[in-house]
Design a protein around this ligand. Structure first.
Ligand code: MN
Length: 251
């Protein structure tokens, strides 16, 4: 792959319909390279697989495209590509289209978003795409989201992104009313501990959140809009620095 290309990954695994839809959509912009986890890595966070072997296998997607299946996390797919496993850098890294939304405090859990954050660490513009439909199983279910991805990517390729910054894009189920640029909202998790003998599981209902706070990602999706949130890797709580400085911490 010598021409400038787009690198596609996800966290639902190399066999996911959303990956296929996104890879297919990115062909509109030229060459596409697919490097994705061999198995579902949803909610793996920004995991770096150290101190163990990582299997790498060439596979063929349902549309005939070649892909690399990596026995690691979504972020591994990007960092391994950057270390020389694949031609690098690409023009752009896209991650998704995730089965289910990634908003508010989901971001550090999300393999979809952290793959894009790894792209930002590697100084490549990166965008994460998630569809707010946990039952989306077929490529056709991702058709509208794939069109949204093309709209966003066209702009990112033209305008670039600032350092350490990604776009986190969530697409509502159904036909979007439009696009809103948003900030992170506030999630409310409904996880529950379920005991079974000597093991435990995390179960419970899907998370909800504060849906009526205008301008947040949660609000936009609840209202039927595409949500585009610029995310920065500097997680410093800038507004709290002065307070902590005022504590007079001394040894
Ligand atoms: Mn996922």
């Amino acid at each position: 792959m010598t021409e400038p290309h787009i690198l596609v990954t996800n966290d639902d695994g190399v066999d996911a319909a959303g990956l296929l839809a996104l890879a297919e959509a990115m062909r509109a912009f030229g060459a596409v390279d697919v490097v994705a986890p061999a198995t579902n890595q949803s909610a793996c966070g920004h995991k770096k697989t150290l101190f163990q072997d990582i299997a790498v296998r060439e596979v063929r997607l349902a549309n005939g495209m070649d892909a690399l299946a990596v026995g690691g996390s979504p972020a591994d797919c990007i960092s391994l590509a950057a270390m020389g496993l694949r031609p690098f850098p690409p023009r752009l890294i896209v991650s998704g289209i995730n089965r289910g939304e990634n908003m508010a405090q989901d971001l550090t859990y999300s393999g979809t978003v952290t793959a894009a954050l790894e792209g930002a660490l590697q100084a490549v513009p990166a965008v994460a795409f998630s569809l707010a439909a946990r039952d989306a199983e077929n490529v056709a279910d991702y058709a509208i989201a794939a069109r949204v991805a093309q709209v966003v990517v066209r702009y990112v390729l033209a305008r670039r992104l600032p350092p350490l910054t990604i776009l986190n894009v969530n697409i509502p189920a159904g036909t979007p009313k439009g696009i809103r640029v948003t900030r992170q909202g506030v999630r409310i998790y409904l996880d529950a501990l379920v005991r079974n003998g000597e093991t435990v599981r995390i179960e419970g209902e899907p998370p909800t959140g504060i849906l009526d706070e205008v301008g947040t990602d949660l609000w936009a999706i609840a209202q039927g809009y595409v949500s585009v949130t610029p995310i920065h890797l500097d997680m410093t709580a800038h507004r709290f620095i002065a307070d902590v400085a005022g504590w007079d911490l001394v040894l």
